[in-house]
Design a protein around this ligand. Structure first.
Ligand code: HPA
Length: 269
C-alpha cells in the first residue's frame, strides 16, 4: 500500500500539487464548492496512477488543487462507493494519498436521508458520530507504518471543528442540525422498515458513503469534519419516492450554505 501511495504522490507532486493544508471529499451533487478554488490544477482521476475512476453521475472524477482563501486545498470532486464494486483498498487509497500529501484535516460532505423526525429536506446536518454498516476498510493485514491495528474511534469527528462550524453557521444565520450518520451499502434506498430500524438504533441520517473514509483517516490520526445534506426523509408519513436525480436536485439547493460553512471553517484552520 505505501509503495502505491508513494507512486501516486510522486505523480501528483510532479503536477504541482504541494503541501495542501486541507483535503475535501465532495458528495453527490455537492461539487460546486470547487468553483471557488483559484489558481487551480485539475487532474482527471483517470490520469492518476492507482486511482480508481468514479462511476456515478454527479461525481465528476477530478482532483482539484489550488487556493481556497488563504489556504491550499485539494478537493476530490467525486468519491468512490462500496456499491460501485470497489473494495476497501480503493476507498482507502485516495484518503491516504491526501494525508501523505500533507493535509492537516479532512472535510467530507454527503447527501443523506433524514430519519430524525425533526429534520426537513434541505437541512444541513453536522455529523457528530457515525454507525458504519459498511465493511470496515481496515480489515486485513495492518501496516503499522500507516496506523495502529486497533484505532480508537471515540473522537471520529473533531469536536473543535464541530464547535467552530456551529459558530460559523450562527454568524451566517444558517440553520444546522447535529447528528449521527449511518452508512449502508446501497445502492437501494431504504424500505420504510429499514428507515425505522435505523432511527431506532440511533441514526439521524442515512447514506452510502463517508464512514469508510473517516475510518481510514482516523487510522492515520487525521482530524475529520463532515456534513450531510438532507435530501429526502425516511420518516413515517413523510417518505416520498426517491431517485438519484431528486437527491442531486435537493443537494444542489443546499450547496451554497454548505460552501459558506466549509469556506469559513477552512479559513480558520
Ligand atoms: N438513503 C440512503 N442514501 C441516501 C439517501 C437515503 O435516503 N438519500 C441520499 N442518499
Amino acid at each position: 500500500m505505501l509503495e502505491k501511495i508513494n507512486e501516486t504522490i510522486e505523480f501528483l507532486r510532479s503536477k504541482g500539487i504541494n503541501k495542501p493544508d486541507a483535503g475535501i471529499i465532495l458528495g453527490t451533487g455537492l461539487g460546486g464548492l470547487t468553483a471557488k478554488i483559484e489558481n487551480r490544477i485539475e487532474i482527471d482521476y483517470k490520469a492518476i496512477p492507482n486511482f480508481p475512476v468514479s462511476t456515478v453521475e454527479g461525481h465528476e472524477g477530478k482532483l482539484i488543487y489550488g487556493d481556497f482563501g488563504k489556504k491550499k486545498i485539494v478537493a476530490m470532486k467525486g468519491r468512490f462507493h462500496f456499491y460501485e464494486g470497489y473494495g476497501a483498498e480503493m476507498v482507502a487509497l485516495p484518503v491516504r494519498v491526501l494525508k501523505y500529501l500533507g493535509i492537516k484535516c479532512l472535510f467530507l460532505s454527503n447527501a443523506a436521508g433524514g430519519v430524525n423526525p425533526s429534520f426537513r429536506i434541505g437541512d444541513i446536518m453536522i455529523i457528530n458520530d457515525h454507525i458504519s454498516l459498511l465493511p470496515n476498510p481496515l480489515i486485513g493485514k495492518n501496516d503499522d507504518r500507516i496506523g495502529p491495528r486497533f484505532p480508537d474511534m471515540g473522537d471520529a469527528y473533531d469536536k473543535y471543528l464541530i464547535k467552530k462550524a456551529m459558530l460559523i453557521a450562527q454568524d451566517h444565520k444558517i440553520k444546522v442540525q447535529n447528528g449521527v450518520y449511518l452508512s449502508t451499502s446501497g445502492p437501494t434506498f431504504e424500505t420504510p422498515a429499514e428507515y425505522k430500524y435505523f432511527r431506532i438504533i440511533g441514526a439521524d441520517a442515512v447514506g452510502m458513503s463517508t464512514t469508510q473514509e473517516v475510518i481510514i483517516a482516523r487510522h492515520m490520526n487525521l482530524p475529520c469534519f463532515a456534513v450531510s445534506i438532507i435530501t429526502d426523509l425516511g420518516v413515517e408519513g413523510k417518505i416520498e419516492f426517491t431517485t438519484h436525480e431528486s437527491v442531486m436536485r435537493e443537494a444542489a439547493k443546499a450547496e451554497d450554505r454548505m460552501t459558506t460553512i466549509m469556506t469559513d471553517l477552512i479559513a480558520a484552520l
